[in-house]
Structure formats: structure tokens, C-alpha cells
Design a protein around this ligand. Structure first.
Ligand code: FAD
Length: 394
């Protein structure tokens, strides 16, 4: 019997899972999701899963607002599983050079109704007195932000999608997107062909290779990032908020119990590595550097013990912003990739947008045109303004 679907979603990370669930909620028809390795086996499973709304681009702030609402009210909205959301607050530390831009971002967030504050160094000290502040020029504070869990979110979206009838297949690999003339006809997998009028590729770094045979360009650089997990010293006290240290270019996120998770700010800092599926040993130099930065910011934490180190791969686009939506060259083809190390918090909102675009042909959440995949070939990159606009915050 012919294997057919209305929609095929390629990839079982947070983006594929969110899109499939949102489509099923809309009653979009017969949906098949294909994941070659395991749900959340890619970047989603390694994600630090920081949930903040501090973005240069107003459109992405709106996408994060949708995500923050969903993560904080998972059982009411999704109803199955959990997001692992923990409201720790999100504190940004600015160097002098970024003050103006940081202030502009906070003003824009306030205009959109977000509880965000631009704060003095003294106020930073009131929120987190343990921080060294003599090299900090000012801060931004989002009390409603925090972090969630990438694996839990992807698996919960998948479980909820299955309950709504999505056919989730783990194991087959999508070998190609098939087409006739300028129209998508389905996918060829390692277990046979599936016919479908709509194919959505959300396969992380592997997205590009599925587009190449159709002459579609999506330049993605896979950059392997180190994460260090340390146990804070027993005298540290209560957990700290998620800290985005823009002075030292690192982030510090509380992990369960007495652990802290340390990561790098610069999306391009790390080896380029196309073996994205491989689990590789920690990058020791990077971990030592992250631990030094954490100890500089939190005095006494040079005595923190290292518990674990691991790596995960960012799918970096040329402007460090995602490409999503309809692909002009092939009717029925949609993509969502190039999230450049900041796609976790965006995944609920992008899933909603993708479902709107597939079902209605448009979305009222944001103007999606600036995020079109064609911008790379057109050299119309999304730099989003001054300051740290073209660099993600992770
Ligand atoms: C170390 C690290 C820390 C991060 N921290 C944060 C953070 O704090 N906050 C934040 O917002 N973001 C963060 N990110 C980024 C975020 O995790 C990613 O942007 C997001 O998880 C990407 O999800 P995805 O679904 O697009 O990709 P992935 O999770 O990579 O999923 C793609 C899936 O597609 C499958 N696949 C690929 N090719 C095929 C094929 N041909 N056939 C079938 N299946 C296929 C893969 O097996 C994979 O499971 C971090 C990322 C990393 C690596």
C-alpha cells in the first residue's frame, strides 16, 4: 500500500516536535514526523535551554514571549509531559560599550509588555550580591525568565503530538525531498518513499544537504561548543539567576541541586565539526576558561569542583539568525534551521508560525519575510542594528 501523508516533518528536535504538535492542534491532516536517531538526539538534547526575552530583533522578542508563556504553563497549554521550566530570573551584565544598545533593547521589551528592567551596578548587586561588579557598567533584569529542558520539551511535544494522531517514526533517515517540476511530492527515506504535498525540513545542520539537490542554498557552519558543569562550594548558598556575562562573554546557569552549568557566548568559538551526531569528549581548554570566568564573577568559586563536561553543536547561519518559512523555489517545501545556538526558547513560537504558514499561508505573530532562506543567496543578511545585534546571547 502506498505510504502517504499530507505533511512530512523531518527532524525530532524541539523544532520538528513543536511544529508537528502545532499542526496537529490545527487539524492539519495526516502528519508523519521522521527522526533518524532519537527524539532530541541533536542540539536539543545538549541545550542549556535558557529562556530569556532579551533580543535585539523585536520580532524574535515576540517569538520568545510566546515561548515563555508556553514553558511556564506547559500542562495547561500542551497538557502532556512538562517543560522543566524553572523561573530563576535572567540577569545581563553589560560592558561600557554595550550600554546604549542594551538600554534600547529593554525599552523595546517594556513597550511590548515584558517585565524587564535596565538597572545600575548597585541594583545588580541588590539582585545578586555575590557577583564581582567592578568591571560591569550596568545590567538588565528579567525576573520572569529562567531555563527549561531541551530533551523534556521535545519528548513532551512528541507525546502530545502522538495523542493528536501524529505518526512519529524514529529510525528511518530521510535521504531526499522528492519533487516534480517546481512542486514537492514527498520524501525518500531509508525505508521507502512517502508521498506528501508538504514537507517541512527541521533537521538542524543536516537541513542544508537535503536542499542542495534542489539548488537551494542554506549555508550553515556547525560549531562544537563546550559546556562545563561544576559543583558550587558548600558555602555558596541559594541558587543564582541565569547570568549572561557580556563582559566575560560567558553564561552561568544553575543546574539541579548545587550544580552550575557554564557556557560560551560567542557562537563561533569552538571547532567546526560536521560530525554533528557524534558524542565527543569535552574540550578541556574551553572548560578551564569557562571555570576561570565563573570564578572571576563569583569569588570563591575557584574551589568549585568540575563534575562533568560535554559538547554540543550550534548550526550557525551567516548572520547568526534562523531561516524559517516557505521556500520560494519549491512549492510545498518549508524549512526551519540555522538557529545558531539560540533556538530552544524560540521553538514554541516558531512551531506556531510554521503551522500558521502551512495551514493559512500567513501568520499574524511577526513579519516572517526577513527570516526567509533566500536572504543568504540575495546577500540581504539580518544584522538587526548596532552593538551585539548580530551575535546571539545563547
Ligand atoms: C550546547 C548547546 C547549548 C545551547 N543552549 C541554548 C540555550 O541556552 N537557549 C536556547 O534558546 N538555545 C540553546 N541552544 C540552541 C538550541 O538547543 C537549538 O537551536 C535547538 O535545539 C535546535 O533544535 P532543532 O530541532 O532545530 O535541531 P536538532 O535538535 O539538532 O534536531 C534536528 C533533528 O533532525 C534529525 N535529522 C537530521 N537529519 C535527518 C534526516 N535526514 N532524516 C531524519 N532525521 C534527521 C537529527 O537526528 C536531529 O534529532 C544550545 C545548543 C547547544 C548545542
Amino acid at each position: 500500500m502506498a505510504d502517504t501523508a499530507d505533511i512530512v516533518v523531518v527532524g525530532g528536535g524541539v523544532h520538528g516536535a513543536s511544529t508537528a504538535w502545532h499542526l496537529a492542534k490545527r487539524g492539519a491532516g495526516k502528519i508523519v514526523l521522521i527522526e533518524k536517531d532519537g527524539i532530541a538526539s541533536g542540539a536539543s538534547g545538549w541545550s542549556s535551554a535558557i529562556v530569556r526575552m532579551h533580543y535585539t530583533l523585536e520580532s524574535l522578542v515576540k517569538v520568545t514571549m510566546y515561548g515563555r508563556e508556553m514553558y511556564g504553563n506547559w500542562s495547561d497549554i500542551v497538557g502532556v509531559g512538562e517543560s522543566g521550566f524553572r523561573k530563576t530570573g535572567f540577569l545581563v551584565l553589560f560592558p561600557e560599550a554595550e550600554l546604549e544598545h542594551g538600554h534600547e533593547v529593554v525599552k523595546m521589551q517594556q513597550r511590548l509588555g515584558i517585565d524587564a528592567q535596565y538597572i545600575s551596578v548597585d541594583e545588580v548587586g541588590e539582585i545578586e550580591p555575590r557577583l564581582v561588579r567592578d568591571d560591569v557598567a550596568a545590567g538588565a533584569w528579567e525576573p520572569e525568565s529562567g531555563h527549561a529542558d531541551g530533551s523534556t520539551v521535545a519528548n513532551s511535544f512528541i507525546a502530545a503530538a502522538r495523542e493528536l494522531g501524529v505518526d512519529v517514526r524514529v529510525g528511518p533517515e530521510v535521504l531526499g525531498v522528492t519533487s516534480e517540476g517546481s512542486k514537492v511530492t514527498g520524501v525518500e527515506t531509508s525505508e521507502g518513499v512517502i508521498s506528501a504535498d508538504t514537507v517541512i525540513v527541521e533537521a538542524g545542520f543536516r537541513t542544508s544537504a537535503l536542499l542542495v539537490p534542489h539548488g537551494i542554498e542554506l549555508p550553515i557552519t556547525p560549531v562544537r561548543h563546550a559546556i562545563a558543569v561544576v559543583e558550587r562550594t558548600p558555602d555558596f548558598g541559594d541558587i543564582h539567576p541565569v547570568v549572561s556575562d557580556r563582559v566575560a562573554r560567558a553564561y552561568y546557569r544553575p543546574e539541579r541541586g548545587t550544580l552550575a552549568l557554564l557556557g560560551e557566548h560567542d557562537p563561533m568559538r569552538g571547532p567546526i565539526d560536521e560530525e554533528v551526531e557524534a558524542t565527543k569528549p569535552p574540550i578541556l581548554d574551553e572548560e578551564v576558561s569557562l571555570m576561570e570566568r565563573f570564578a572571576h564573577r563569583f569569588p570563591g568559586q575557584e574551589m568549585a569542583s568540575k563534575m562533568q563536561g560535554y559538547t554540543g553543536v550550534y548550526d550557525c547561519s551567516p548572520d547568526f539568525q534562523p531561516a524559517f518559512g516557505r521556500v520560494q523555489a519549491l512549492d510545498g517545501l518549508f524549512v526551519g534551521a540555522g538557529f545558531s545556538g539560540h533556538g530552544f526558547k524560540l521553538s514554541p513560537g516558531i512551531g506556531k508560525i510554521m503551522s500558521d504558514l502551512v495551514v493559512d499561508g500567513s501568520t499574524d505573530m511577526i513579519d516572517v519575510r526577513p527570516f526567509r532562506i533566500e536572504r543568504f543567496a540575495e546577500d540581504d543578511l539580518l544584522l538587526g542594528g548596532e552593538g551585539y545585534a548580530n551575535r546571539s546571547l545563547a
